[in-house]
Design a protein around this ligand. Structure first.
Ligand code: ZN
Length: 292
């Protein structure tokens, strides 16, 4: 086939740009959604964009059939990805899909558990171990302890009671409890988040769990009166799991506290390291910041 010089030039430029794009995005991410008592249809596109704008990820989305429909054909190829972002809460996955997910994490896959994904699959033992702490779905003391920060250390509290809850949406301050983790390294010790649900009373097996940041949930604002873990990691087999309890709707995903911890957490889950600098608009101890 003959090709004019200009066409050839355009093709060559396209090839170079494609190669640059590939080189610039070393990790493959998969967002799983399709059912959720939350508005997953408006949050997934934001999560996708936040991952892509780091230049580190190409992003696919696996959307399950709707609630009550046959899930038999829902078989995302988890093994093809470096990180799976869970924005799913709903009907159980097929056994084959559950096995593939556990095998993916066990063999070194990364997972980001976003907000209400901590309420998914209460009766799936391995999922509870992978996410470390969860809420709702009848969870109670049989699922494991509450994990709280008391008197300068992490405490596992077996007091009977519900798993999962929150008061009315409020602004709150996150406090870094593990400043030497790649996700939190370089962040200020204290930083504000926008008006959002402050998740509390999460409980689960909490094995191999590292609390990165907590927020105090005042009783007078519907909270537990405890420092609740909102950012934490779990080691499951060779896999890295990061849970980010922030972000009730797309509005809360404008919070730079969410954006930066989500982006850094996803990179860490995918690779075990974080190369992203802390941006200049990161919130302070007194003031939340947002990106429109
Ligand atoms: Zn919510």
């Amino acid at each position: 086939m003959m090709m004019c010089r200009r066409c050839f030039g355009a093709l060559a430029l396209w090839a170079v740009m494609a190669a640059v794009a590939l080189a610039a995005a070393p990790y493959k991410a998969l967002i799983v959604d399709g059912q959720n008592a939350h508005d997953w249809k408006s949050t997934t596109p934001v999560l996708k964009r936040l991952l892509e704008e780091t230049g580190l990820f190409t992003v696919d989305v696996a959307t399950s059939p709707p609630r009550g429909a046959d899930m038999g054909g829902f078989k995302p190829n988890f093994a093809a990805y470096d990180v799976v972002v869970c924005n799913y809460q709903g009907d159980p996955w097929p056994e084959e899909t559950k096995r593939a997910f556990v095998e993916y994490v066990n063999s070194g896959g990364g997972v980001v558990v976003y907000h209400f994904a901590c309420a998914a699959f209460p009766d799936w033992k391995e999922y509870n171990e992978i996410i470390g702490l969860g809420g709702w779905g009848r969870r109670n003391e049989k699922w494991g302890p509450y994990v709280r920060w008391r008197d300068g250390k992490i405490v596992r509290d077996m007091t009977p009671g519900r798993g999962g809850g929150h008061g009315p949406a409020q602004e709150f301050q996150l406090v870094v409890r593990e400043p030497n983790h790649p996700i939190t390294r370089g962040l200020p010790k204290r930083f504000m988040h926008v008006k959002d649900e402050l998740y509390g009373w999460l409980r689960g097996p909490a094995k191999n769990l590292t609390v990165l940041a907590t927020a105090f949930a005042p009783k007078e604002k519907g909270g537990s009166g405890e420092h609740e873990p909102l950012l934490f990691t779990v080691r499951y087999g060779k896999g890295r799991v990061f849970q980010n309890a922030l972000g009730h709707t797309a509005e809360q995903l404008k919070s730079v506290a969410f954006i930066v911890t989500f982006q850094r957490g996803a990179e860490w889950a995918a690779s075990g390291k974080v190369t992203q600098p802390v941006p200049d608009d990161f919130p302070t101890a007194e003031r939340a910041s947002v990106r429109e």
